[in-house]
Design a protein around this ligand. Structure first.
Ligand code: ADP
Ligand code: ADP
Length: 229
C-alpha cells in the first residue's frame, strides 16, 4: 500500500457565522521516495493540504495515513512528536535565524530530533561547505534556501514538505533549488512534496497533483520528469 494516503479529507475553517470549505474531500496516494509537486492557484487549498500532512493543522474529517500510521487519529501530543521527528519543513522566505551562522542554524534544528545526520556533511550536500561560518544576510536568496533545506534534512525526516520554496527566487535560481530537492529525493529516498502556483515547475515532479477550489483536479505521473529549460 501507499506510503502516504489522504482519504476523503475535508477541512472547514469556521470564522464566526461564516464557514470556509478549504478542502472539500481530497483523495491521493504517494509512494515512498516520490518527488511530488502539488500545484494550483492561490486559495486552491495547497497549504491546507501541506499543513495537515505536516501535523500543523488537523482535518475536519477524513483519514490521513503516513508510513502505516493513522496521523488523523493522533492526539495533540502525538502530533507534536510527529512534527518534530518525522517532518522537515522548507518555507518560501527561508525562516533562518539571522544572528546564527549557517552551521548554527542547522545545529539548532537537530537539537530536538531523534536521529540527526552529520551537520557538516549535510551542509556540504547542499553545496555550502565553504559558507558554513557565514550569516544568512551574507548569502544570496538561493543560498539561504539551501541552508533551509540542509536544516530540514539534518533532522533526517521521513517527509520533506516545501511551501513555495522557489517563490522568493528568480526563475533560474528557483530551478536549481527544485533540482536540489529532486536529487535529495532520488539520493536519500525521502518523500519530497513541493507546493507551487508556478505551473512551469510541474514537469520536474514524478507525480503532479493539481488542486482547484479545495478538490483534486488531476493526478498525473511523469515517467520522465524533466529538467525545465
Ligand atoms: P493555497 O495554499 O492553495 O493558496 P490555502 O490552503 O492557503 O490555499 O487556502 C484554501 C482556502 O482556505 C482559502 O479560501 C483560504 O482563504 C482559506 N483559509 C486558509 N487558511 C485559513 C484560516 N486559517 N482561516 C480561514 N480560512 C483559511
Ligand atoms: P544573487 O546572485 O542571488 O543576487 P548576491 O548578488 O546577493 O546574490 O550575491 C552574490 C554572491 O555574493 C553570493 O555567493 C553571496 O553569497 C555572496 N555575498 C553577498 N553578500 C555577501 C556578504 N555580505 N558577505 C559574503 N558574501 C556575500
Amino acid at each position: 500500500s501507499a506510503y502516504i494516503e489522504f482519504q476523503d479529507v475535508k477541512k472547514v475553517y469556521q470564522m464566526g457565522e461564516v464557514s470556509i470549505e478549504a478542502l472539500a474531500g481530497v483523495d491521493f496516494a504517494i509512494d515512498k521516495g516520490e518527488f511530488v509537486v502539488i500545484a494550483g492557484a492561490s486559495g486552491a487549498g495547497k497549504s491546507t493540504i501541506l499543513n495537515i500532512l505536516g501535523g500543523m493543522d488537523s482535518a475536519t474529517s477524513g483519514t490521513i495515513i503516513v508510513d502505516g500510521n493513522r496521523v488523523s487519529d493522533y492526539t495533540p501530543k502525538q502530533l507534536t512528536t510527529y512534527r518534530r521527528y518525522d517532518i522537515g519543513f522548507v518555507f518560501q522566505f527561508y525562516n533562518l535565524v539571522q544572528n546564527l551562522t549557517v552551521k548554527e542554524n542547522v545545529e539548532l534544528a537537530t537539537q530536538i530530533c531523534k536521529h540527526p545526520l552529520d551537520i557538516d556533511e549535510t551542509i556540504a550536500a547542499v553545496g555550502l561547505a565553504d559558507r558554513s561560518r557565514n550569516f544568512p544576510a551574507q548569502l544570496s536568496g538561493g543560498e539561504q534556501q539551501r541552508v533551509a533545506i540542509a536544516r530540514a534534512l539534518a533532522k533526517n525526516p521521513k517527509l520533506l514538505l516545501c511551501d513555495e520554496p522557489t517563490g522568493a527566487l528568480d526563475y533560474q535560481t528557483g530551478k536549481q533549488i527544485l533540482k536540489l530537492l529532486q536529487d535529495t529525493c532520488r539520493e536519500r529516498g525521502v518523500c519530497v512534496i513541493v507546493i507551487t502556483h508556478n505551473l512551469a515547475l510541474t514537469a520536474m515532479g514524478d507525480k503532479v497533483i493539481k488542486v482547484r477550489n479545495g478538490r483534486i483536479e488531476s493526478i498525473e505521473r511523469n515517467e520522465h520528469p524533466l529538467p525545465v529549460e
